[in-house]
Ligand binder design. Structure first.
Ligand code: F0G
Length: 351
């Protein structure tokens, strides 16, 4: 096929799929590693953004989903199920469609961003809104998959992690080395686990000299890894990471410990500040959860934990179009103008 072939074909030797499997792909991955001049200036480091919102369904989940769906199809599954704060369900719905499978998605009622719900509807997923939070949904999805012939495509499924680790490969392949520090938002903790696996594999095989320090950031109202215990009623504006009991708890702690990194919390205010800075100063529109990585960059720069002159990558995990409601909160009240050029010029203070 023409152009970037998707992460399974790009990393055939490092991402295992069943022999003879039909690869279910939307040509995910190959996302930009973008210089962030304003952030670089602010923190005194070279800061790059791994822009995962440019994946086919607008988030990093597609990297894991191509592998999960390829396995599900090869194993003869007819249906897949997942719990989701929105992005996993959008991705599962699209890739299931591509595979010719049915998808069922369990989402917390009223707590999923509009764009994500729209995607699940558009791709024809069976949407089950649950009167509970993400953690309740995951428990239900897990139990259903254990008892019925339906494949679980959450990151509890280790093949999801295998796909998501390719983002670390891409970064190293572009830079010719690993960064010194990698900042990520953390919710269910699959992604930090996956990046650490990817960097560790490259380091172990001598593709890069050393793996980066992993800096993970949770929302302050949903920061079980920071508090050291599950949070029964997590709350944050960043609905994607509104998770109280991360499935990959151990993976996150290993990434932190083995990389001499850290996991900390950022407030909703810090998340929104970073969200606005990314769109207004870097030209990169992300969803709120994605901005947690940049909020954490600014936090650790301010308190001295971020080393000066480091090479830093921040993953921005999802596209801003996912959550139009949050963006529109910043829209000023405006009245419609008459169809007159002079009025437009004076409204813009040009006349
Ligand atoms: N950023 C975005 C945009 C996400 O959608 C998620 C997780 C994360 C960060 C955190 O990644 O869970 O691997 O630590 N979204 C999941 C979902 C939970 O259902 O879409 P994580």
């Amino acid at each position: 096929s023409a152009g970037w072939p998707g992460i399974i074909n790009a990393y055939r030797d490092r991402v295992a799929v069943p022999d003879g499997a039909r690869i279910v792909t939307l040509h995910e991955g190959g996302t930009p590693l973008l210089e962030a001049p304003h952030l670089s200036e602010l923190v005194g480091c070279r800061v790059l953004l791994k822009v995962e919102g440019l994946n086919p369904t607008g988030s990093f989940k597609d990297r894991g989903m191509t592998v999960a769906m390829t396995h599900a199809l090869a194993e003869g599954s007819k249906a897949v199920i997942c719990a989701s704060t929105g992005n996993t369900s959008a991705s599962a719905a699209a890739y299931a469609t591509r595979a010719g499978l049915t998808s069922a998605v369990l989402v917390p009622r009223g707590k999923i961003a509009l764009g994500k719900l729209a995607q699940a509807v558009a791709h024809g997923a069976r949407i089950l809104q649950v009167d509970g939070n993400f953690d309740d949904c995951l428990e239900l999805a897990r139990k259903t998959a254990a008892e019925y012939p339906i494949a679980l495509v959450n990151s509890l499924n280790p093949v999801r992690i295998e796909g998501q680790k390719t983002a670390a490969f891409e970064i190293c392949d572009v830079l010719g080395r690993a960064p010194d520090v990698h900042c990520l938002p953390v919710g269910n903790a699959g992604n930090i686990t996956a990046y650490w696996k990817g960097y560790s594999e490259y380091a172990a095989d001598g593709v890069v000299e050393a793996a980066p320090r992993m800096f993970g950031f949770q929302a302050a109202g949903a920061a079980p890894l920071v508090h050291g215990a599950p949070i029964p009623n997590p709350e944050t504006i960043a609905t994607a990471i509104r998770i109280g009991s991360p499935a990959s708890w151990n993976g996150a702690i290993t990434a932190k410990t083995d990389s001499n990194g850290l996991i900390d919390a950022v407030t909703d205010e810090q998340i929104l500040d970073a969200y606005r800075l990314l769109s207004a100063r870097e030209g990169v529109f992300v969803e709120p959860a994605s901005a947690a990585s940049v909020a954490g960059l600014l936090l650790t720069s301010a308190d001295g934990r971020l080393p000066k002159d480091a090479l830093v990558v921040c993953t921005v995990t999802g596209n801003g179009l996912k959550d139009p409601d949050t963006a529109l909160r910043d829209m000023p009240e405006v009245e419609a103008l008459p169809v007159e050029p002079g009025v437009i010029a004076s409204a813009l203070s040009l006349g």
